[in-house]
Design a protein around this ligand. Structure first.
Ligand code: FAD
Length: 393
């Protein structure tokens, strides 16, 4: 089928990839994004799996080498900074900014409607009226909610969705490679580097610079550091920002309380191998993202569907969140093309994507349990290799 009027709510990587694919398949697509300005995530790194770059390479004809930084080793450090394990494995890394910029460029600005915060919708069986906080509304044949981990779509359709705080957060930061001592920077540019210790692990990898440059000397070194905070008082205290406001999903750069920023730096100096501690110390703006397990029983509700993190938000250990969101978009476009009714297309799509979400959630939960609770992760363990469908794939 063609010419379906489709509204995509949420203009991040999942929403934009789906929108591009649905437009290419002959549908009439509009993207609504709640932010009033073009999105900006200050370049946080992403493991760059095939589904995430597939659109940009196959359809937008971009070169992978211009979008990402490649590494050839998986390396684990010991407490004294020596190499505990080194194996050959190729990964690609990019940044949220670099991918967003290219997807938006390809999508265009005309149908990228900023300042539209969806507050609700009414599905009459044939079409959906989408309502926004600015008082406007729009009618579509299909509403795709790509509104992320805090999804209004999910909260409206499946209020009982499992919103489990995983018991830990990811502290993150990026440092220009040129601002590190040359020998430290050199250690981090050819590998993903891990340090695994009691109930925690940190990983370090190179990503494009804030402007997307992948040239040597202009890249950033990115770290993701998983640390446990007990639910309740300890977590609430952490998530109270510098202005005393309680946050739910993340603490953006500049919002971490002084006490917690100081504790992170002191912990890094005392507990991490020297090169990694140096990296944390050199980070100007620490930020954090909370790790959640979010699971839905269904992804299709009449003429409304949930895509990407708005359906399943999984722990980041497979580096596959954006790949899953993109894969949802590829499968949705194919299902619409391959079926003569919307109901049949959505039923087919839901079947395969529920399965993908469930399997990824289970796998990443298991990895998190082994790392943050059981302490059963030994350097070089193949279960920890990134991949959407399984380790390495
Ligand atoms: C610590 C950490 C590390 C990660 N590392 C990786 C990695 O290495 N590789 C990887 O692939 N993934 C990674 N991820 C996962 C990845 O960030 C997410 O899976 C991905 O961003 C999901 O994309 P999305 O488009 O579904 O949602 P989001 O990127 O969350 O986008 C949702 C969009 O919807 C908008 N929105 C929300 N509500 C509304 C509304 N009511 N109306 C209109 N718009 C709305 C938001 O403003 C936003 O633009 C990581 C996640 C974490 C927490």
């Amino acid at each position: 089928m063609k010419d379906v009027r489709i509204g995509v709510v949420g203009g991040s990587l999942g929403g934009l990839t789906a929108a591009c694919l649905l437009r290419d398949a002959g549908h009439d697509v509009t993207v609504w994004e709640r932010s009033s300005r073009q999105l900006e995530q200050r370049g946080a790194g992403i493991g760059f799996l095939e589904a995430t770059y597939r659109y940009l390479v196959e359809r937008a004809q971009l070169e992978l080498a211009d979008l990402s930084v490649a590494t050839d080793h998986i390396r684990y450090l010991s407490r004294d900074g020596s190499v505990a394990h080194d194996s050959t494995h190729r990964y690609l890394f990019s940044s949220w900014n670099a991918v967003y910029r290219e997807l938006l460029e390809h999508w265009g600005r005309d149908r990228y409607v900023l300042g539209h915060d969806m507050t609700g919708f009414a599905d009459n069986g044939d079409e959906v009226r989408v309502e926004f906080s600015n008082g406007t509304n729009a009618d579509v044949d299909l509403l795709v909610c790509a509104d992320g981990v805090g999804s209004t779509g999910r909260r409206t359709l499946q209020a009982n969705a499992d919103q489990g705080y995983a018991g830990y957060v990811a502290w993150r930061g990026m440092v220009p490679e040129g601002s590190l001592a040359p020998e430290t920077a050199a250690r981090f540019t050819d590998a993903i580097t891990y340090y695994v210790y009691a109930n925690s692990h940190i990983l370090v990898y190179p990503i494009p610079g804030l402007d997307g440059s992948v040239a040597e000397g202009e890249r950033l070194i990115n770290f993701v550091w998983y640390r446990n905070y007990a639910p309740g008082g300890e977590f609430d205290d952490l998530m109270t920002d510098i202005n005393g406001e309680k946050r739910e999903l993340s603490l953006p750069p500049g919002s971490v309380s002084v006490r917690h920023a100081e504790e992170v730096r002191a912990h890094a100096a005392a507990r991490l191998p020297a090169p990694i501690a140096e990296l944390v110390a050199a980070t100007e703006d620490l930020f954090l993202q909370v790790v959640y397990d979010i699971e839905v029983e269904r992804m299709v509700f009449g003429r409304v569907c949930l895509l990407g993190d708005s359906a399943f938000a999984v722990r980041p250990h497979a580096a596959a969140g954006t790949a899953k969101a993109a894969e949802d978009g590829w499968a949705l476009a194919a299902a619409l093309t391959g079926n003569s009714t919307l109901d049949a297309a959505l039923a087919q799509w839901e079947d395969t994507q529920l399965d993908l979400g469930r399997r990824l959630l289970e796998r990443t939960r298991h990895i998190g349990q082994r790392s943050q609770v059981d302490n059963s992760w030994k350097p070089g363990d193949p279960e920890f290799i990134f991949g959407l469908h399984e380790p390495g794939n």
